[in-house]
Design a protein around this ligand. Sequence first.
Ligand code: GAL
Length: 377
Amino acid sequence: MEVLRPPMGFNTWNTFGAEINESVIKETADAMVDKGLLDAGYEYLVIDDCWSKKKRDKETGKIVPAPDKFPNGMNAVSDYVHSKGLKFGMYSCAGTRTCADYPGSYDHEFLDAETFAEYGADYLKYDFCYKPHKADGAQLYRKMGMALRACGRDIVYSACNWGSDEVEKWIRSAGAHLYRSTGDINDQFESYRDIAVSQFEKLAYSGNGCFNDPDMLTVDMHGQGNVANGGCTDIEYKTEFALWCMYSAPLMLGCDVRKISDSALKLVTNKTLIRINQDIEARPPFSDRQEGLKANDRTTIFKLLSDNQIAVMCVNFADGERTASVMMDNCGIPASSGYGLHMVDAFTGEDLGVQKEFFEVRLQAHDSAVYLCDIAK
Ligand code: GAL
């Protein structure tokens, strides 16, 4: 199947961890539709780890949904999710057990892919815990890639080996559509900042068909839930979301969308940011600094878009205010050309007119600005 744009949706792990069940999933599905998230593009509802019984069925060898969490089986859940117009995602692991110690798919890849197809799954996140030492990681991802291709259903393949074994170099060839490229995110500014800094140079490997996945978003978690670690301010969530958009990263919400705040909803449904994220060309951004993103200072990054547009993001990772500059020469438009950028603020919609040579913006600590631009005289 073709996955030409970064997948968008919701995943249970960040907020719910093991506390998942049929009602949580159904209520989340309702919320995704009622709050306009589906309309904005968030279409996958993915159940992460801890959904099954601790042991496979003795006779069939299949993984079985935990009856206390999913008393009506997985098809009841999947049917409900589909009835709302959403797509349904499941989780398994390339090792013998999942990270939370439930059955993994090692040596059961084809059977499990068939089981997920029977559930009506449209997406599979595939983790990396409990890998037998003798097994080769890349080969395990190839196996599930083949199993999904053989299972008779289109299933988005979301690999999750945390960036190990230089995953970006071989995962596209194994058939994955997205691949986790770092360790787990947690709900803290430093966590997403470090992920963003570490992945900047690797984005050249990301693109249509197979996207670098810097992990599920923590936007609006505010220190609540399974990966809570103090939380972020609204300004920090704004910067996190904008970075993921500039990276053409999958946008998987991790907050409790049943209770999402109005400001976060406005942020994650911002049409301009989503247009930048979903741009069909999925080009990597380039930086005005040699080192990519600087972890404790301001940086400006540029991303060429289709329709001859350009997205510009000024980000301030410093703990104090900074002036960020957009040097037109740095994005390839010399002053002598007579051209500049016609800039529109992605957050406020303000039209800043054609800016030539040099543009400056003052940014609070951890804040950012994003502009959708056209080249103009
Ligand atoms: C980790 C993975 C997380 C989550 C967790 C479940 O390995 O990176 O995103 O899926 O396992 O146990």
